[in-house]
Design a protein around this ligand. Structure first.
Ligand SMILES: Nc1ncnc2c1ncn2[C@@H]1O[C@H](COP(=O)(O)OP(=O)(O)OP(=O)(O)O)[C@@H](O)[C@H]1O
Ligand SMILES: Nc1ncnc2c1ncn2[C@@H]1O[C@H](COP(=O)(O)OP(=O)(O)OP(=O)(O)O)[C@@H](O)[C@H]1O
Ligand SMILES: [Mg+2]
Ligand SMILES: [Mg+2]
Lengths: 256, 256
């Protein structure tokens, strides 16, 4: 099983949209997919929860704080052919809840060890911060996928994030590698987008994925219907772009 | 002196853009303005730092953790006619740094007490979370201004945020009131924006400000020049919208 942390401490860059839609696309390509919602907003849970909304039962908060058996926290979303560990508003207080816990950054890694054979890939949706939840994701992950907007603030946070990834790799998780940077909400009609993409290519060209997610109103509408882009607008640019991303990520070279 | 917390735990909704530009517009209207950057990304500092970038000296981290004299942390930005307490990457570790500190939510309120007579208004830029930094902002503030995007996830976080504001008002800061909800990046060409504005009007119409900030590429370009919209594109929709917001907020009824 591969574990991928979708992370960027800058807010509103497309993390949740990427986890929801990439997850659905990988499932369409035949992968057994588990999604983990680590955000107190539970946007991922809401995005894919469908008509009936979030399901009862243990959440990612219960998993980390009370150590409930992960199998009891996994919910099936049959229409999207994925499984999910839902988020919870309680996650807003996670820093205090875990402050005294020994090895607090390893909790998610240990929980996921129990489902290694059940899934092919796990996607972890991180909140917009570099606190204990994002650290849990980085320790549990094999790879890091970094969505970013093609706007001025995109480059500012990269340095800090890369430093944190390096520290986690040295101290807690030697297998952690950066899979790539994913430009999201790209609108190439503006000069700003071109300038930022050029600057990304100059600073970290080797990390830029081939895939680009274009700005597409259908991607912003899909969550209000509780579905992925594949079910909401299968012919849209949004569906095409996320299917292309899923194909690119399937190419992972084993040697990495 | 009035203190306003610009807050929304949803990421990328326009908090920093609002603090930077509303601050510059209030200064243009003759107010003595202090801005506080509480985000570890220091996007507010970068937005207004101009050519030479962030200035040396104490930051908001030093203010909260080491209790440095606020006067030593205040920097003047003469081109924008505002003063600022800059952010710092160290803020990413603020939860641990303040975990054992008695009255850790009151630190900013106490620091600001020393400059009550020096400024007319303080705007506090919050990170996209409801941790100890946002709590410091809510305890120090008289009013809360909530920027939000006209997209599906906008309404989801409102309930949680309002609950936190209520708890802070009851337990820590009885004067705290919600000044209003500010729709940002509004693009009324899409159905989604109309739907969300209608839903906001139905759920919390009395809290909606009259002002709207339209989507405007000049607002996204201004930070890469280190200036407010007033200096970068004074004739743009962005400048008009933030000047109108500044005028609306000047109308604060004393009786509130
Ligand atoms: N390619 C796209 N085109 C148009 N809208 C998009 C696209 N990707 C995301 N969005 C919209 O932009 C907003 C921000 O996206 P999203 O919530 O996925 O970001 P995030 O990084 O998860 O935010 P947060 O930091 O709050 O967790 C949402 O309203 C979403 O619907
Ligand atoms: N009205 C607008 N029109 C166009 N672009 C905008 C507008 N307001 C903000 N932006 C751009 O949208 C992005 C998000 O805005 P901003 O960084 O101010 O949000 P934020 O809420 O402070 O984010 P965070 O949660 O990360 O602190 C930025 O790239 C900004 O330049
Ligand atoms: Mg998200
Ligand atoms: Mg911000």
């Amino acid at each position: 099983m591969r574990a991928v942390a979708i992370i960027n401490q800058k807010g509103g860059v497309g993390k949740t949209t990427t986890v929801a839609n990439l997850g659905a696309c990988l499932a369409r390509l035949g992968q057994r997919v588990l999604l983990i919602d680590l955000d107190s907003q539970s946007n991922l849970t809401l995005h894919l929860a469908g008509e009936e909304g979030p399901l009862p039962g243990p959440t990612s908060f219960d998993l980390l704080v009370d150590g409930v058996d992960i199998a009891s926290a996994i919910r099936e979303l049959p229409e999207e052919q994925v499984h999910i560990v839902q988020g919870s508003a309680d996650l807003a207080g996670i820093e205090q809840a875990l402050a005294q816990k020994i090895g607090r950054e390893m909790l998610l890694r240990d929980a996921l060890a129990d489902v290694q054979d059940r899934f092919d890939i796990v996607l972890i949706d991180c909140p917009p911060s570099l606190g204990v939840l994002s650290l849990n994701a980085l320790v549990a992950a094999d790879e890091v996928l970094i969505p970013l907007q093609t706007e001025f603030f995109a480059l500012q946070g990269m340095t800090q994030l890369m430093e944190i990834v390096d520290v986690v790799r040295q101290r807690l998780n030697p297998k952690l590698s950066v899979r790539g940077l994913l430009p999201c909400m790209v609108d190439l009609r503006t000069n700003l987008a071109h300038e930022v993409v050029e600057e990304l290519r100059a600073h970290c060209g080797h990390l830029l994925l081939r895939s680009r997610i274009r700005k597409n109103i259908k991607l912003a509408e899909a969550p209000s219907h509780g579905t992925s882009i594949l079910r909401y607008a299968p012919e849209s640019n949004g569906a095409d772009d996320y299917l292309a991303l899923a194909a690119e990520l399937r190419e992972t070279t084993v040697a990495e």
